[in-house]
Design a protein around this ligand. Structure first.
Ligand code: NAP
Length: 323
């Protein structure tokens, strides 16, 4: 089968479309014939070595398709089931091996492209808004990169709950998308000091929570956006990792809370994973959560897809389709 692999860390040019053997599922595992692959920022961290993995490895943390074989003892899914999954390495390929407990069966109204566009970024938005800081009606949240993959979903989920949402984006075109997703206020953080603007919009009070996936370039100002005892959920670093800092700063800026959550720890078992996936599928089916599939590339063009994501040229979701 074809698999897009990394043999050495580096830029998008290090991706190689290799011919490898179709893998066999072991006990507790299923083999999925991949029909759609979700592109995520984590793929870039793994390719560059920011999140190091032993090489060579097949990229990709999200996929959807059809179960084509199962190992011993699998009772969660069977051959022929349509499924999607997230947070298992190796989806940039024609087939992938996945622990069966991590597979979410697709309800009738959800096609594989939508599932591959939804699960990883959607479950992230779900846990951020419902678990990391459980938003309440009337809360105010600041969402960075609000027109990105996670961003557009998080804005919509926060609005469903009844929060006021301030979104940051880098361009006017992205501002329009975040607004359409329901953001109450947009700040062009490429042009405006977003901490000053957030304080102005909240009449000096600050927000209850900042959902910050941008990291290095936003971290310090994000702390300045919070009200006393507010929480900074730092869930990514698309601008680079945040350097070491003195925790005393959290006291000085208002007895703040800082957490660095990962989807792994918010889908700890099948019950938690299926609960989040079921919510997402039902919201999409009911039209309460809109998916934006921005671009679709054949798997062999994964490098170009990643270039565009790193270059801030994508909004919403990017999919890869294996040939
Ligand atoms: N912890 C978790 O559980 C978890 C799970 C999923 C994703 N994440 C994180 O969430 C973030 C968003 O992921 P995503 O897949 O949805 O990607 P994305 O938001 O679609 O793309 C990243 C966006 O970050 C913004 N950005 C700001 N500064 C940037 C820079 N210097 N270089 C590149 N982009 C920059 C850009 O939006 P603007 O042009 O509007 O600034 C860009 O479009 C990533 O940091 C990812 O690692 C974390």
């Amino acid at each position: 089968m074809k698999a897009m692999r990394v043999h050495k860390y580096g830029g998008p040019e290090v991706l190689v479309l290799d011919d490898v053997l179709v893998p066999e599922p072991k006990a507790g595992e299923a083999r999925v014939k991949i029909e759609a692959i979700g592109l995520n920022y984590v793929d870039i961290y793994q390719r560059t070595g920011l999140y190091p993995l032993p090489v060579p490895f097949t990229l990709g943390m999200e996929g959807a398709g059809v179960v084509d074989a199962v190992g011993d003892g699998v009772n969660e899914v069977k051959k022929g089931d349509r499924v999607a999954y997230a947070m298992v390495l190796g989806s940039y390929a024609q087939y992938a091996i996945v622990p069966a407990w991590k597979l979410a069966p697709l309800p009738a109204g959800i096609d594989v492209e939508s599932a591959a566009a939804l699960l990883l970024q959607g479950m992230t938005a779900h846990y951020l808004a419902h678990s990391t800081y459980a938003l309440k009606k009337g809360d105010t949240a600041l969402v960075h990169a609000a027109a990105g993959g996670v961003g557009l979903l998080l804005v919509q989920i926060a609005k469903q709950i009844g929060a006021t949402v301030i979104g940051t984006v880098s361009t006017e075109a992205k501002a329009a998308l975040a607004k359409e997703a329901g953001a109450d206020h947009i700040i062009l953080y490429s042009q405006t000091d977003f901490a000053v603007e957030t304080k102005r919009l909240t009449e000096g009070r600050g927000v209850h929570v900042v959902y910050d996936s941008v990291g290095q370039s936003t971290f310090n100002q994000s702390l300045d956006c919070l009200r006393p005892r507010g929480i900074l959920a730092l869930f990514g670093q698309s601008s680079g990792p945040v350097p070491a800092f003195d925790p005393g700063i959290l006291a000085a800026k208002g007895s703040l809370f800082l957490t660095r959550p990962s989807l792994h720890h918010y889908t700890l078992d099948r019950a938690e994973l299926i609960q989040r996936a079921t919510d997402l599928f039902s919201w999409v089916a009911a039209g309460k959560l809109k998916l934006r599939i921005d671009k679709t590339f054949p798997l062999r063009e994964a490098a170009e897809a990643q270039r565009q994501m790193e270059g801030r040229k994508t909004t919403g979701k990017v999919l890869l389709i294996p040939e």
